[in-house]
Design a protein around this ligand. Structure first.
Ligand code: EPU
Length: 426
């Protein structure tokens, strides 16, 4: 990437990665076909389609974001090498357990962004009458007969935990109540889908979800919601690089906290029905503004890295606090290698700017830190090389093409995806 180009033009937001992953897992709840539209063409959804096939389902896609999944029969075990490639595979435990009476999954270990514990998921399944066994490598959940509805109080509003438990509860006998449930837009989209399949899920988008279970679920059609995290990434990129970008299919209502911050920082925003125009004039100075991540509708942790890249271009000092994951500042080291001034102290990062970033060779550790480095490279003098860029392909559809269309100077070099990661986009 060669930095220094302003971004101009229009960019269309793809379907939500995190909604698509949970919704694809929900195909295991019924033998009937699920026809999905607006599925983002990214590595993670391709892998989820492979997993559905590996547990006995069928998957057909048209390469344009339409995918049909049908799980006429389902086995209980997700192959280890697949589960290990994507932590979101934990969301399959609920549907497998509810449909077959047993779910086996390779234990999701800690990863780059934190310990990523799952004890809340397992406590929920136990409350629903399952026996859950944990070995060093595997989680095995079994139920004798059907799961039973239960009152589940989550210690913290885990996203995939809420999704997995809601899905299990749709097939369980009786009423399940989940307190302190996650409210993210992807959780809401999953619940909408489940209701179209014939489930009775109430309260999605609030912290108390009630499911009246035990109904036979059927196939349906569903259009995945636009990805507010992808939209937020382009909004922050336009703010950092400067220019005038209109984001189409932008779910503005899901992005209110992030938009509030961008306005405080000094970016001009125009929200219309389904579009967001982001403008920053060349001479306009950005102001450093503190930010702390929080669960929805707070500022999303999945935009924290991108916001940090933006703050390297802002006047003054600010503290960015990461309250969701205990270890999500890897991008700070790479940003500092490009000339940023970021000091980490526990869950706080002190960013002082503005700094003229310099092009460098930097490494990506996860999807969102990759997005932050792209934003930094847009602002940098000279050429940057972003390595392990396949992380970006896990979560962003056509990222290179979209930035090129906005006037950025970047190209993809081959061999970005290591062996074992190469899957056809869904
Ligand atoms: N946690 C526990 N115990 C649990 C579950 C979670 O302590 O039983 C902790 C985690 O260790 C973490 C925090 O709670 O510190 C939040 O974890 P959560 O379970 O909500 O995260 P997740 O479900 O594993 C999803 C998204 C992530 C996103 C987080 C937070 C999917 C597939 N993944 O992960 O998305 O960062 O919620 O919003 O929905 C991404 O898209 O780049 C991404 C990482």
């Amino acid at each position: 990437m060669t930095g220094g180009h302003r971004l101009r033009g229009r960019v269309q937001v793809a379907g939500s990665k995190n909604a698509a992953l949970a919704i694809m897992a929900a195909s295991l709840l019924t033998p009937e076909p699920l026809h999905l539209r607006n599925v983002p063409r990214i590595l993670d959804t391709a892998l989820m389609a492979e997993i559905v096939q590996a547990v006995g389902g069928r998957s057909k896609h048209d390469g344009e974001g339409r995918i049909t999944l049908q799980a006429t029969q389902v086995t209980d075990r997700v192959p280890a090498q697949m589960a290990q490639r994507m932590r979101a595979s934990i969301v399959l435990l609920g549907p497998l357990l509810a449909r077959t009476g047993e779910g086996r999954l390779t234990r999701p270990g800690g990863d780059q962004i934190g310990a990523r514990r799952v004890e809340q998921h397992l406590r929920g399944f136990r409350a629903m009458g399952a026996q859950v066994e944990e070995t060093e490598h595997e989680i095995i959940a079994r139920s004798q007969g059907r799961l039973r509805g239960a009152r589940i109080v989550l210690d913290l509003p885990t996203v995939t935990g809420t999704e997995s438990l809601v899905m299990a509860a749709t097939l369980a006998e009786g009423r399940t109540e989940i307190f302190n449930a996650a409210r993210e837009p992807h959780v809401q989209d999953l619940c909408r889908l489940l209701n179209k399949m014939g489930a009775d899920v109430r309260g999605a988008g609030t912290d108390q979800i009630v499911i009246y279970g035990g109904r036979r679920l059927r196939g349906t059609d569903h259009q995945i919601v636009p990805d507010y995290l992808e939209a937020g990434t382009y909004a922050i990129a336009a703010a950092a690089a400067g220019g005038d970008v209109t984001i189409e299919e932008c779910p503005n209502e899901d992005l209110q906290q992030a938009l509030l911050k961008l306005e405080e920082v000094g970016v001009q925003l125009e929200q219309r029905n389904r579009t967001l125009r982001v403008r920053r004039d060349p001479g306009r100075t950005l102001q450093a503004v503190d930010m702390g991540t929080w669960v929805h509708p707070g500022f999303p942790t999945d935009l924290q890295a991108q916001y940090m890249a933006l703050m390297t271009q802002a006047q003054g000092s600010c503290v960015i606090s990461e309250y969701i994951f205990e270890n999500r500042f890897q991008h700070a080291t790479e940003l500092n290698r490009m000339g940023a001034s970021i000091e980490i102290n526990g869950r706080d990062a002190l960013v002082t700017g503005p700094r003229q970033l310099q092009g460098a060779t930097v490494g990506v550790s996860d999807i969102r830190s990759g997005a932050a480095l792209v934003i930094a490279a847009l602002c940098a003098h000279g050429v940057s090389a972003i390595e392990q860029a396949w992380h970006l392909d896990r979560g962003y559809e056509d990222l290179v093409e979209k930035f090129v269309a906005l006037g950025a100077d970047l190209e993809r070099r081959p061999a970005a995806v290591p062996a074992g990661r190469r899957v056809e986009p869904a």
